[in-house]
Design a protein around this ligand. Structure first.
Ligand code: TRH
Length: 356
């Protein structure tokens, strides 16, 4: 099939990260993909090699869709399409005009809130243009569109946590309001006693002191991101895509959700935690939740250093729990497969298409 993906970069790396991951997975499934985007700098950081056949990146800010000899796709996917209004280049509107009747799937933000199950694959028709959009909800349950995990490197599953290694390697990829300094201080003082914690700080230019047990990590291409996570024992991740990859890595994780003005993110955080923490021993459950709340600045009174120290004794249980959760996800719904299944149901004629 020939597939078009519409990616509007709102901010950070997530919109581009998810869209690129989806495009790469579809291309490696034998489909040719045009990824239309409006932010080449972000894509150059995530995908500097452009080494995937059948995947073409089209910078829609450089050429109007009408003028670019775009072959009409059989399917158009619009990740995070609910934010299109916020963007300057409305090449999605041009594509809708140019490709009437092409199945259009809007893939919304990942959430574990219950309502997504009832909205998954719901549709709406634009009264002005008659254009029909279907809403696809990624998620953690069988009544959602699942997660992208077909691309998770299998060799990383075969190497169990490095039992022999001494100490603890912590990976941090956070927004600027996270109490990173408090965490580094707490680890510095832990190291005065036993020199065991090393911190890798990604995507963050925080000034570090000589005595800090932390180092800044260079930004790696997305194709190396899973390896980077696998080299660490505890993962502080953010947003959406790194959050899912940390779960697939089967390591204890602290999630910093993308903060929203209306504070809706607190509800989203709670919904996921209740799902994720099922089966944890009560003390461990409380210790991890206190850590998530303080890391997200939802419980601002808390001293993050103390909360982190209180979590350390629970790491063995969290490690075992994370591997159970990893298995659950890898046996769960696969988003790329769900998208292709939906598409085949739309237009049976597609089956006659030669390159399917
Ligand atoms: O960058 P983010 O904060 O993106 C956010 C979220 O997606 C959020 O949901 C969305 O609303 C907002 O953007 C607009 O976090 P996220 O989702 O983890 O995306 C980061 C991407 O960057 C992910 O694909 C992993 C990738 N990455 C690398 O490839 N190399 C690196 O070195 C690092 C640190 C990240």
């Amino acid at each position: 099939m020939h597939i078009g993906i519409v990616c509007k970069v709102i901010d950070n790396f997530g919109d581009a990260g998810f869209s690129l991951r989806l495009a790469k997975a579809l291309a490696s499934n034998g489909h040719s993909v045009d990824l239309f985007h409006d932010h080449s700098a972000t894509f150059s950081a995530l995908y500097p090699t452009h080494d995937i056949d059948r995947l073409t990146l089209i910078d829609a800010t450089q050429a109007a869709i009408e003028d670019t000899a775009v072959r009409a796709p059989d399917l158009i996917l619009e990740p995070f399409g609910t934010s299109s209004e916020q963007t300057r280049f409305r090449f999605d509107v041009a594509l809708k005009r140019n490709c009437p009747g092409v199945p259009w799937l809007l893939i919304d933000y990942l959430s574990s809130e219950k309502w997504v199950e009832s909205f998954h694959l719901s549709t709406s028709v634009d009264p002005g243009t008659g254009h029909m959009t279907t809403f696809f909800y990624p998620g953690f349950t069988e009544k959602t569109g699942g997660l992208i995990h077909c691309d998770y490197p299998r060799h990383l599953l075969d190497c169990p946590p490095q039992a022999k290694k001494t100490g603890l390697d912590i990976f941090i990829f956070a927004y600027s309001n996270a109490p990173v300094r408090e965490l580094v201080y707490a680890c510095n003082s832990t190291n005065e006693r036993e020199h065991t914690i090393r911190i890798g700080l990604a995507g963050n230019g925080m000034a570090l002191k000589a005595q800090d047990c932390a180092k800044l990590l260079p930004f790696v291409p997305q194709s190396q991101f899973d390896e980077l996570l696998a080299q660490h024992d505890v993962l502080f991740v953010r947003g959406e895509d790194s959050f899912v990859r940390a779960q697939l890595a089967g390591k204890p994780l602290i999630w910093q959700i993308y903060p929203t003005e209306d504070n809706a993110h607190a509800e989203k955080l709670t919904c996921f935690y209740e799902l994720y923490a099922e089966g944890l021993d009560a003390d461990c459950k409380v210790a991890l939740w206190n850590c998530w709340l303080a890391w997200n600045g939802i419980d601002t009174e808390a001293d993050f250093g103390e909360i982190w120290i209180a979590l350390l004794p629970h790491l063995p249980e969290l490690q075992t729990h994370a591997m159970g959760w990893q298995t659950r996800l890898l046996n769960g719904r696969e988003l790329v497969k769900e998208v292709l299944t939906w598409c085949r149901l739309q237009t049976p004629t597609l089956l006659e298409k030669p390159d399917l």
